[in-house]
Design a protein around this ligand. Structure first.
Ligand code: URA
Length: 435
């Protein structure tokens, strides 16, 4: 087989076979197929698309390009959750312990991530000493004994995707639906969970700006998982404004703790309960989402979710005291209110601009090598639909460096839009798909 012919076939609108896709993934992973040919194929796929079967075969080839995690030693149905990401998305921090407290084992691999804030692992490192460097044995042992473990994504997990995603990033071929679906699902399938709940975001702070595209992506990912024999559900959710109020690593940890104490923001709490319900149902613990939501609410009310977070942090070497005394989490030195320039209802918040402001404060990574400042970020006091008087605080900004603060503040204010009329509330949960 020649790579030239594979590229030509796709360029001309052909359907690639399992053998052709495997030939490509194997050759690209071992270095025998060069970047320029892989780039050409990615661009051909970008324009010609892929069928459902091709997308599945590409996913499986990438998932099997490295280590497939074997979790059969963990008792019960292992349920994972994946979010396509957005601003203020700290969902796993509250969701994973809450679900574990209800009896569903959570064995999760998470990443660090580039962008507005760190990934789940960076956020968890707000607990001094916390480590995600677990061996496979420790990972299994922790889930069996306390019901939860989160480990860092290893280099052996779907290495083909790692290489290909980096290539797509610099060849303008990231935003192709089949490529996104196969990239995400290859990592999820290689991480070994029996059931997966997807949180597919839509809106100005999401990959999928249009709701219709988010549903198409949710369906594509759900179908791949189901074809691979996993139980799947996907929830399409709003990311047209930041999730909850906190944006920034340690600030988000604090908000997750508040949520486990029943004092979290309404939207964030609703999301945790919705995703958690799907996880309990797929995990076989509850027979309906309604019953599951009640169980999760009880775990908030009786404190078992919060205790599970502390147990989990402690088990992975972190200072669990900070769960009960969040003032021990990293803090910024400069605290400044950002005030409303006029009176009115907040009609829009350009979501990814708030993320970029957090990045400017040092809360996110520009390159893989950048160091994250865990203490910086924002706590929003006004969100879409809220009324602000002129001069009232829209948000509190947490920073560690005076330089550039005025620029960040101006950019933050430019992301807010006001109107005289109260805007219509947009729904947080756009839809739930079960496969
Ligand atoms: N996240 C991924 O892991 N892959 C993509 O292609 C897009 C988002």
């Amino acid at each position: 087989m020649r790579m030239y012919d594979v590229i030509l076939k796709k360029r001309n609108g052909g359907v690639l076979s399992r053998e052709e896709l495997r030939f490509f993934i194997e050759g690209y992973t071992n270095g025998s197929i060069p970047d320029y040919q892989a780039s050409a194929l990615m661009m051909a796929i970008y324009y010609q698309g892929m069928t459902k079967e091709e997308t599945y075969e590409l996913t499986m080839a990438m998932a099997e390009s490295g280590e497939m995690l074997e979790l059969s030693a963990i008792r019960g149905v292992k349920v994972d959750k994946h979010s396509t990401g957005g601003v203020g998305d700290k969902t796993s921090l509250a969701l994973a312990p809450l679900v574990a407290a209800c009896g569903v084992p959570v064995a999760k691999m998470s990443g660090r991530g580039l962008g507005h804030t760190g990934g789940t692992i960076d956020k968890l490192e707000s607990f001094p000493g916390f480590s995600t460097q677990l061996t496979a044995e420790e990972f299994v042992e922790n889930v069996n004994s306390i019901g939860i473990a989160i480990m860092g994504q290893t280099a052996q997990l779907a290495p083909a995707d790692k290489k290909l995603y980096a290539l797509r990033d610099v060849t303008a071929t990231v935003d192709q639906l089949s490529l996104i679906a196969s990239s995400i699902m290859s990592k999820k399938l290689a991480s070994g969970a029996d059931a997966i709940v997807l949180d597919v975001k839509t809106g100005s702070g999401a990959f999928m700006k249009k709701e219709e595209d988010a549903f198409t992506l949710a369906k594509a990912m759900g179908e791949i998982g189901a074809s691979a024999g996993r139980k799947m559900a996907a929830v399409v959710t709003d990311m047209d404004q930041p999730l909850g109020n906190a944006v920034g690593n340690a600030l988000e940890v604090r908000e997750a703790i508040d949520t486990l104490q029943g004092r979290g923001p309404k939207d964030f709490t609703e999301l945790v309960l919705t995703l958690g319900s799907q996880m309990l149902v797929l995990g076989g613990i509850c027979s309906s989402a309604l019953e599951a939501a009640d169980k999760l609410k009880q775990a908030i009310e009786n404190g078992s979710g919060l205790r599970k977070l502390a147990e989990f942090v402690e088990r992975q070497g972190g200072a669990s005291r900070a769960v009960y005394e969040p003032e021990l989490l990293p803090k910024a030195a400069i605290i400044k209110e950002i005030k409303a320039p006029c009176a009115g209802f907040v009609s829009k918040i350009i979501c990814d601009e708030i993320g970029s402001c957090c990045m400017m404060l040092g809360g996110g990574r520009e390159t893989k090598e950048s160091k994250i400042d865990l203490g910086v970020g924002f706590v929003l006091h006004k969100k879409v639909g809220d009324y602000a008087k002129q001069g009232e605080s829209l948000a509190t900004m947490y920073a560690n460096d005076e330089a550039g603060l005025a620029e960040v503040e101006n950019r933050f204010l430019a992301a807010y839009r006001f109107s005289d009329e109260k805007p219509e509330a947009s729904k947080l949960i756009k839809g739930i798909l079960v496969f």
